[in-house]
Design a binder for this molecule. Sequence first.
Ligand code: PMP
Length: 297
Amino acid sequence: MKCARGGSFSKGELQRFGNIELSPSAGVLNYGQGLFEGLKAYRKKDGNILLFRPQENALRLNIGAERMCMPSPTVAQFVEAVKATVLANKRWVPPPGKGSLYIRPLLMGSGAVLGLAPAPEYTFLIYVSPVGNYFKEGVTPINLVIEHELHRATPGGTGGVKTIGNYAAVLKAQSAAKAKGYSDVLYLDCVHKKYLEEVSSCNIFVVKDNVISTPAIQGTILPGITRKSIIDVARSQGFQVEERLVAVDELLEADEVFCTGTAVVVSPVGSITHKGRRVSYGEGGFGAVSQQLYTVL
Ligand code: PMP
């Protein structure tokens, strides 16, 4: 789908996956004017396909587009385009329990622009790929390391929307962590350097005495759709859930820690390394609370 600045998107068409043509001075290439979404389609036991909450992704893209000075497809256009793309690729949706079809909507300033300014033209496209587990550990616990020097988001910045530049900001810390054998990086706030933010591509939850805490959405972390679902499920199961500032020291006392995201779904955290000190959780699987939430989700 294409749209001129300030205009509305026209109906798109299905195309075989392949390279796309872009001006070297496209806004997205020069000024990072791009947003993406990530959602999944699952094959149910009866053979039908389940799309997990596409409206939520559409709304998040709309909010992100406002922050990035971009027009956005409407919720209805977004959902219709996702459905059409999944339908055209339905043979790639794995059988139940064998993974899912990952769906990547991408909105970008595709028009040419030389001086710093929003692009004059926008492209919205969607591509898909079958995927298995995000972490090679599967649902065995992941091992995180806390990053002290590099931050992914600053107050007033774009950390709260799913813009491509946020992911450029994490590449260095994430690659270094993986080279040392960690699964991923846990970021702290960049002002006090003591409150948990999130992992490179998922949100974090800390459980102590059956109370579930997670960093509040304050502009520097992504409002995860899985995060919201887990909070709803946990509350409906009678758990107390607190969205607040969660201090790094609370990790020392926690009973269990887990991450949520479209890619990771719910992943137990087995250890977190903080300033060279490794704190371990659980006995090699889900803790009792995350197991219960995972089963209900
Ligand atoms: N934080 C970041 C930085 C992410 O990239 C993601 C993945 N979209 C999440 C959290 C989890 O969000 P969701 O549950 O919507 O996938």
